[in-house]
Design a binder for this molecule. Structure first.
Ligand SMILES: [Zn+2]
Length: 219
C-alpha cells in the first residue's frame, strides 16, 4: 500500500480530534506529507473519524492528482496543497473547527501575544485570514497569504489551520492554540484586554521552545 505509515498516522490522529474537542462530527481534516516522494496522505471527505481506515485515506501528488485510495479526499484539499507548496519545511497540516479559535475567527480578530504559548506558532501573534467559501482555492490562497510563514492561521468565521514538522507537532499546536484562544476569550468576557508580552519576551519563549522537551531518540 502506497504511504501505508502516513495513512495510518492520518487515521490515528483523525480519531483523536473529536475526543480532544478539536472538532465535532466530520468537521476539520488533516494530512501528512512524505518528504521523500512529496506525496500527501489526506483524510477523506465527509466520513466520521472513527470509521476511517488506512484504505480510506487518499494519497495525492503535490498537484492534487489522486494516486491511491478509493475515497474522495477532503473538500479542503486545495488548502492542504497550498500550505505544502508554500512551506517545504512543514509536512503535516491539521485543520479544525475547535470552539474557542472558531469564536475568535468569528470575531475576525487575531490571537495576540497574550501568553508565551502563542509563540509556539513561530510568531508573536496568530493572524486571521479573510473569509472565503469553504473548499475554495480563494480560501487556500487567503490562508497562505495571511499566515505569511506562521505555523497557525485563523480562518474568518470558520476555524484554524496548524502546521507541523509531523502530525504530532501540528496536532499539539492545534490543542495549544485552542487553549490560548479560550483563555483570551475569557479575558475579553471579563471585560478587559489581557496584557501583551513584548517582542523580546516572545522571542525568548521561542528560543526556549527550541530546547524544550525530551531529546530526540530518547524516551
Ligand atoms: Zn473547515
Amino acid at each position: 500500500m502506497l504511504l501505508e505509515r502516513e495513512r495510518a498516522a492520518v487515521a490515528e490522529y483523525g480519531r483523536r480530534l473529536v475526543p480532544a474537542r478539536l472538532t465535532v462530527g466530520t468537521g476539520g481534516n488533516l494530512s501528512l506529507r512524505d518528504p521523500a516522494t512529496g506525496y500527501i496522505a489526506v483524510s477523506p471527505s465527509g466520513m466520521r473519524y472513527e470509521d476511517i481506515s488506512c484504505a480510506d485515506v487518499a494519497v495525492l501528488a503535490p498537484d492534487g492528482t489522486r494516486l491511491d485510495g478509493a475515497r474522495k479526499p477532503t473538500s479542503e484539499t486545495a488548502l492542504h496543497l497550498a500550505f505544502y507548496a508554500a512551506r517545504p519545511d512543514r509536512h503535516a497540516v491539521v485543520h479544525t473547527h475547535s470552539p474557542a479559535v472558531t469564536a475568535l475567527a468569528c470575531l475576525r480578530r487575531e490571537l495576540p501575544a497574550m501568553s508565551y504559548l502563542v509563540a509556539l506558532s513561530g510568531r508573536d501573534s496568530v493572524p486571521c485570514a479573510p473569509y472565503a467559501d469553504f473548499g475554495s482555492q480563494a480560501l487556500a490562497d487567503a490562508a497562505v497569504r495571511a499566515a505569511d510563514g506562521c505555523d497557525a492561521v485563523l480562518l474568518a468565521s470558520h476555524g484554524i489551520v496548524c502546521l507541523g514538522a509531523d502530525l504530532d507537532a501540528a496536532f499539539q499546536l492545534a490543542e495549544q492554540m485552542e487553549f490560548c484562544a479560550d483563555v483570551y476569550l475569557r479575558c475579553l468576557a471579563a471585560g478587559a484586554e489581557p496584557a501583551r508580552l513584548t517582542p523580546e519576551e516572545m522571542a525568548q519563549a521561542r528560543a526556549r521552545f527550541g530546547t524544550y522537551g525530551q531529546p530526540k531518540g530518547e524516551k
